[in-house]
Design a protein around this ligand. Structure first.
Ligand SMILES: O=C(O)[C@H](O)CO
Length: 353
């Protein structure tokens, strides 16, 4: 019954889906019948896998980052996968396991590593972990804003280099958040939470842009503007959008040139939103003042990468959601999403367009 109710949900089906309706209906029947379902887990340190161990037969990849071939091999005969944003589930992977895979559980809010369109077409359900990490990512965004504007890493490095000779009036100064105009590119849950936190810093104005039409009602007085105004007006520009066709490589040479030369660019979204060589060039030539990045291309970044040699760039290794609470809850939710998905029940968080 659950299955039927779910299948008829208007979120998944509309009249335009008609030709594929019945095949989809069949494809989301519960797959947990008498025997335990088989699940591939792409690393052994995911939180929440104890739950899966009790209810399913799980194969855990030994290591931290399976290659595409290793994912394909691991998925053989499995009904579900527990993965993260590192694991690319593209057409090749989906083709290789098309007879068995029913559910993907990703321990992330972003789903750009998944070919979700093909998943929808094939009736593969996707569980993900929004909301749980909103506070953690918003906090980390604040940390990057402060670390970059108040030059914390640069200042720390001055001490390590024995260059702290005396207290000095203008040494290590930076622009503060107080009275600044802060622009947010992508005003979803995390963007709105960042805006709330910014209020406490008594910024002058919060502006945002987003691709969907309409304004977002918000309790902090953030004003919707178009992208040009956002680029032109922001003292701090924070990228918090999801990565998709519209946002891929949005921040390029021309866009950096539109920004204030005093602007600070913060990216907590995905490295793919930026043409990274253009950013490096903009930072080197002081087209913008500084950048703070939680995300890069590629990830992980090697220690000799040119971004890391720039004094006006703070780079951290994709730790936006890395609080104990957030990561543990994300793990629990991922396991539950997978089990609920396999039972044909509504997930805690199911990804929909
Ligand atoms: O997609 C996610 O979960 C985010 O990148 C966490 O920082």
């Amino acid at each position: 019954m659950h299955c039927l109710r779910f299948a008829l949900s208007p979120r998944l089906f509309s009249v335009s889906d008609h030709p594929r309706f019945y095949s989809r209906l069949l494809s989301i029947r519960p797959v947990m019948s008498s025997s335990k379902p088989k699940i591939f887990v792409t690393r052994d340190d995911f939180p929440g896998i104890e739950l899966l161990k009790q209810k399913a037969e799980i194969e855990i990849f030994k290591g931290t980052q399976p290659s595409k071939d290793e994912i394909i091999a691991g998925l053989k005969g499995k009904q579900a996968i527990y993965c993260s944003l590192n694991d690319k589930i593209d057409r090749d992977v989906l083709d290789a396991c098309k007879d068995s895979l029913k559910v993907i559980g990703t321990m992330s809010v972003g789903v750009d590593h998944l070919d979700w369109r093909l998943c929808f077409e094939r009736g593969i359900r996707i569980g993900y972990t929004p909301i749980i990490l909103t506070e953690a990512v918003a906090e980390l965004t604040m940390a990057l804003l402060l670390a970059t504007s108040r030059r914390l890493f640069e200042a720390h490095n001055e001490i390590l280099q024995n260059r702290w000779s005396s207290w000095s009036p203008m040494w290590m100064c930076g622009p503060g958040l107080h009275e600044a105009t802060v622009g947010i590119f992508g005003f979803g849950r995390i963007g709105q939470e960042v805006a709330r936190k910014l209020k406490a810093f008594r910024v002058k104005k919060i502006i945002y842009s987003r691709s969907s039409p309409g304004e977002i009602e918000n309790d902090v007085g953030a004003i919707k503007v178009d992208n040009d105004e956002l680029l032109r007006e922001s003292d701090f520009l924070i990228v918090l959008c999801s990565l998709n066709e519209k946002t891929q490589h949005f921040f390029n040479k021309e866009r950096f040139a539109q920004m204030k030369s005093s602007a600070i660019f913060i990216n907590v979204s995905r490295g793919g939103t930026v043409v990274q060589d253009d950013l490096i060039d903009a930072l080197k030539r002081n087209v913008i003042r500084a950048a703070g990045l939680d995300v890069t291309t590629p990830e992980p970044l090697k220690a000799d990468h040119p971004l890391l040699a720039l004094p006006n760039c703070v780079v951290i290794p994709h730790i936006g959601s890395a609080t104990y609470k957030s990561r543990n809850e994300m793990g629990e939710a991922t396991s539950q999403n997978i089990l609920l998905g396999l039972e044909g029940k509504p997930m805690i968080h199911e990804w929909k367009v």
